[in-house]
Design a protein around this ligand. Structure first.
Ligand code: URA
Length: 280
């Protein structure tokens, strides 16, 4: 079977699975995920991997979770997202509009990605009477992967103004294609409960996988990956390393091309965002 057909099958499989999950099994998935996350977050202190063995143990646990429940890929199926992502794909869209659209789309993505945030009881006083309400009870960190991940930060901060932003710099070694970390100023101990790892594209998955490892090693276990467009190859790679990390995306595209660009994708999203296309 050719690679393209195989990838198309994977894409169809994900689309089907997403629809199935949302229609019939949404409550089952939610129930088991809740158990998993309670299990993962039990205890006051979330310890870092203190040894290689612990790291492998964590991976084995993740594989087990994946075998049992599969990874959760949430493709945001909203008419506004579909409309705006189509505009974003258009090669004639210039930087200003590209940034505006990205901000609008990522605000909606943030709304979807934060559906399961914990809240606690909070009482305020209206001009008339006391009112019982809620407030978000977790501290939130945004981890954009430099540089395309910066495109998601503003849309998220529009809805989460108190979130901490911790940048991680990653580039792909041109020879080995392996991700190389070049910027990481995370403090020794985690300062947030929940992290959203942000990147515009999930292509091979290499940088998202490496960044998620960094966040886990930092000590945060409650993580989501948020991207605009994903390739089936990237989803496969990410799920095999981090099946415990849900992925929130706007679109799952056909495949990667020989240069590891997503087809049809957005082109070089970092260049389009930073207006550096013409410099190559
Ligand atoms: N990075 C991009 O900017 N675009 C792709 O298609 C893949 C990786």
């Amino acid at each position: 079977m050719s690679k393209a057909i195989n990838d198309e099958k994977v894409r169809q499989h994900w689309n089907l699975q997403l629809k199935e999950n949302s229609r019939n099994y949404a409550w089952v998935v939610k129930f088991f995920r809740q158990i998993i996350f309670s299990f993962q977050n039990c205890g006051d202190v979330i310890v870092k991997y203190s040894s290689q063995e612990e790291f492998y143990l964590e991976r084995a646990k993740n594989k087990f979770i994946f075998l049992l429940f599969g990874m959760v890929v949430h493709q945001v199926d909203h008419p506004l997202i579909k409309h705006k992502i189509t505009l974003l794909r258009d090669h004639s869209v210039k930087t200003k509009q590209f940034r505006e659209l990205t901000r609008e789309i990522t605000t909606i993505l943030c709304y979807e990605a934060t559906r399961d945030l914990p809240t606690s009881h909070h009482r305020v006083h209206t001009p008339i009477a006391p009112a019982d309400g809620h407030r978000i009870s977790a501290s939130i960190g945004l981890v954009p992967i430099l540089r395309a991940g910066l495109g998601i930060v503003e849309g998220f901060l529009d809805l989460l103004p108190a979130a901490q932003v911790w940048h991680i710099g990653m580039y792909r070694d041109p020879k080995t294609l392996a991700p190389v970390e070049y910027y990481n100023k995370l403090p020794c101990n985690p300062t947030v409960d929940i992290v959203y790892v942000l990147d515009l594209m999930l292509a091979t998955g290499g940088t998202a996988i490496a960044t998620t490892h960094i966040v886990k090693q930092w000590g945060v276990k409650n993580i989501k990956l948020v991207c605009l467009v994903a390739a089936p190859e990237g989803i496969r790679a990410f799920e095999s390393e981090h099946p415990d990390v849900p992925v929130v995306v706007c679109a799952v595209d056909e495949r990667l091309n020989e240069k590891s660009y997503i087809v049809p994708g957005l082109g070089d999203a970092g260049d389009r965002l930073c207006n550096t296309l013409a410099t190559h």
